[in-house]
Design a protein around this ligand. Sequence first.
Ligand SMILES: Nc1nc2c(ncn2[C@@H]2O[C@H](COP(=O)(O)OP(=O)(O)OP(=O)(O)O)[C@@H](O)[C@H]2O)c(=O)[nH]1
Ligand SMILES: [Mg+2]
Length: 195
Amino acid sequence: MIIKKVEFVKSATRPSNYPPAERSEIAFAGRSNVGKSSLLNVLIERKNLVRTSSTPGRTQLINFFALNDDLYLVDLPGYGFARVPVAVKKQWGPMIRTYLQTRPTLKAVVMLFDIRRIPQQEDLQLLDWLEEFDVPTVPVITKADKISRNRRARQVEQIAAATGLDAGAFTLFSALNRQGRDEIWERLEVALEDD
Ligand SMILES: Nc1nc2c(ncn2[C@@H]2O[C@H](COP(=O)(O)OP(=O)(O)OP(=O)(O)O)[C@@H](O)[C@H]2O)c(=O)[nH]1
Ligand SMILES: [Mg+2]
């Protein structure tokens, strides 16, 4: 993918506020603090167009970015952060589920997992919805730089076992050293073409 221009379009919580479904779209999902915004910034080669934060749970809206003239990239709100108010937690499920179910131009969801964590119930719920609505999933294990090389394979195995996905389906990624960036774009380009 050649990145010519990227701009923030808008934030939304419900379909009536989404931008018109005129372009193919790729969304990024995963628990709070897993590194969704950081991954997006590496993919689009911008330092901080997508706001990253050391305070988990900051992104509670669906944020749409336009890439070049033909694609939307969507930063979905994170989940699973204990200190988020109950009212916000209650909104998360319906907001994401509705998005996945109704967005006709959605071509793939990049689903992020932290290499140090075993997937939790919300991760499995999200995977169920992706399957239910037939959304192609690109699973990524992020923060690969956080653990030593020889522990990585074991963690990938555990995450694969917990999710029921094939270990070979995951791309290992690090926003620090950009490991995995090109492989993720290759997988996304396949999803965009498989239409
Ligand atoms: N070491 C390391 N840190 C990372 C990596 N990716 C993200 N981080 C850090 O993890 C924290 C959270 O990253 P974000 O990209 O804001 O995470 P997010 O998933 O967008 O979080 P929410 O918007 O709250 O859901 C930040 O402090 C990042 O710098 C990575 O690959 N390696
Ligand atoms: Mg974020």
